[in-house]
Design a protein around this ligand. Structure first.
Ligand SMILES: *Cc1c(COP(=O)(O)O)cnc(C)c1O
Length: 408
């Protein structure tokens, strides 16, 4: 296994895609907040599953079905231990964060009524806004918003004012995908609990960089997507406290989620199967487990230290570019830099960087309310992973400088 400081060149050998060229240049992949790349051990785990084990789970008496079930359930246990959930059945395997949030927001239809209040933050991904708006439309509950401040942090004083005995659920991301800011979720959770509200934390952008402990956080729901942490797309998790998962009704009906079915009455399966209707993404679950093994093998302390070095390096260098403004430039953040350059559209910079083989994201990053707050069409977002290098930071900054020269 690797030691701190990271053996980045050894790590990069695990990621075949990082060796390819784009537009005739060596790829510099800085769009990790949209999706991370997949290392060979994860690709192999998925491929081995299909080569040797593929069968449907929880149904067959035959050996393959049993092995497939074991592998899928082992992955669930790995996820449980990684996030320190009290029970494996508190981990629901979903298709990702979006599915997980929809499952919870849909379930709350029977738990909120007209006049109840729900609190969201101004920094949310659309995935943590729209399902709750739909809940409000169904129930007549009201959506209140914790405002953001100029430096991209949440206005915690305003949050305190919004909370009341009418508050039923608070939903905030752990880390903002548009700005990289780490939100004070410990304080958000404890204040919500003080008024009797449940909390859902969207952890999709935090889990690539740190290991949340769901019991220490004492949070009701925590979500993430495997593809942000070196796993495959189409699989993710909803952690829910057992008592809350019991309160929520099933989300989808079908096979796997039932106990007894007759035309008069159907009884539901126990947790976690109650929320896993139909054949799940079995290979994806296996890949999710392999991704957690892989990240743990590298070590989250080493990952955070290296990413923080890259962040400081890139931030320092970018600030020398005239007219460049970084949004959310605070100390408590992960390796995401969201910026604009005066007089230049972010899309134009992104397009020129792509010609140089450098992949960044431009646009609203599924966070239009943040862009509205700053009154901008979008930003250029460079997001780093542990497999990025200081040479790539240099190429990226030189690329931005060159693009600015061409556009000015
Ligand atoms: C990526 C992301 C999502 C959406 O995840 P999906 O995998 O597309 O469901 C939601 N919230 C945040 C903060 C994200 O970074």
């Amino acid at each position: 296994m690797f030691k701190t400081p990271l053996d980045v060149s050894g790590i990069r050998d695990d990621f075949p895609i990082l060796k390819r060229q784009v537009n005739g240049q060596d790829l510099v992949y800085l769009d990790n907040a949209a999706t991370s790349q997949t290392p060979l051990p994860v690709i192999d785990a998925i491929s081995d599953y299909y080569k040797h084990t593929n069968a449907n789970i929880h149904r067959g008496v035959h050996a393959l079905s049993q092995e497939a079930t074991d592998q899928f359930e082992q992955a669930r246990q790995k996820i449980q231990l990684h996030f320190n959930a009290a029970h494996a059945h508190e981990i629901i395997l979903t298709s990702g964060t979006t599915h997980a949030i929809n499952l919870v927001a849909s379930g709350f239809t029977s738990l909120v009524e007209k006049g109840d209040e729900l609190i969201v933050s101004a920094l949310e991904h659309h995935a943590n806004i729209v399902p709750w708006q739909m809940l409000c439309e169904r129930t007549g509950a009201k959506l209140l918003v914790i405002p953001m401040t100029e430096n991209g942090t949440l206005d915690m004083e305003a949050y305190k004012q919004l909370l009341s005995s009418r508050t039923k659920v608070v939903f905030v991301n752990h880390v903002s995908n548009a700005l990289g800011i780490i939100n004070p979720i410990e304080s958000i959770i404890s204040q919500a609990h003080a008024v009797g509200a449940a909390v859902l934390i969207d952890g999709a952008q935090a889990t690539p960089h740190m290991v949340p402990d769901v019991q220490a956080l004492d949070v009701e729901f925590y979500t993430t997507s495997a593809h942000k942490i070196c796993g495959p797309t189409g699989i993710g998790m909803l952690y829910g406290k057992e008592e809350w998962l019991r309160k929520l009704p099933p989300y989808q009906g079908g096979g796997e989620m039932i106990d007894q079915v007759t035309f008069e009455k159907t009884t539901y399966a126990d947790l976690p199967h109650k929320f896993e209707a139909g054949t799940p993404n079995i290979a994806g679950g296996v890949g999710f487990g392999a991704a957690i093994d892989y990240m743990q093998g590298i070590g989250f302390d080493a990952i955070a230290a290296h990413e923080n070095d890259l962040l400081q390096h890139a931030t320092e260098k970018l600030k020398h570019i005239e007219g460049l403004h970084i949004y959310g430039d605070v100390a408590h953040k992960v390796a995401v830099i969201s910026f604009n350059i005066a007089g230049i559209h972010p899309y134009d910079i992104g397009t020129l960087l792509d010609k140089m083989g450098i992949a960044v994201r431009t646009g609203h990053h599924c966070c239009q309310p943040i862009m509205d707050y700053y009154q901008i069409p979008g930003t250029i977002r460079a997001s780093f992973a542990f497999y990025n290098t200081h040479e790539e930071v240099e190429r990226f900054v030189a690329g931005v400088e060159k693009a600015v020269d061409m556009l000015r």
